[in-house]
Design a protein around this ligand. Sequence first.
Ligand code: CU
Length: 229
Amino acid sequence: MKSAIVLLAAATVVSAHSTWQDLWVGSADKATSCARTVKDNNPIDSLTSKDMFCGRGPATQTGVCEVAAGDALTVEMHAQPGDRKCSQPAIGGNHYGPVYVYMAKVSDAKTAQSGSFFKVAEDGYTGTTASWGTEILNANCGKRAFTVPKSLAAGDYLVRAEAIALHAGAGNPQPYVSCFQVKVTGGGSANPSGVSFPGAYKLSDALFSKAIYDSSFKYTSVGPAVWTG
Ligand SMILES: [Cu+2]
């Protein structure tokens, strides 16, 4: 009996990790067809790891999803790879933290190994547990929709989805990152500058310097401000 309880506790901890896995273009479910699927659902272990680019050991992907500038994309996270059920939290286990989505223009979305990422969506924290980006994900079956800015120049892009769990305390952020390969059609001439991953975040950033359970914790975004076009 005791070992059963220990096993159950271990399983709960593992299922608290999560992975971004699916993409929607408008109301069309593209599932994993343009995802650089990561090798597992563990967090990235360091802000300076090369995994900060597009997640842990991302697979090569030949699919590229087309989206018109001004239309919506939705990124989708779940605890276990391939399990899209809404009965489990998308990212459970008190993994409170912000959710960000970035894009970077690249010459070929299938092969790009770097990018200049500008932020297109952010759910941070406004003072209640339910307001954490990760809790908003949980309330929406892991989905976070955003608009591809209408003025964005046409071309290949990487969409980089990120959740940073902060439950482990100061100096211990646990980022979960995946990339999706898209081709933006239509659009304008905007070519916003961005940041590099790894490189954009430091452990000394205010967001990572104080535990979220500390009464004096205040949410401060990391990375650039959201660019809306
Ligand atoms: Cu976890």
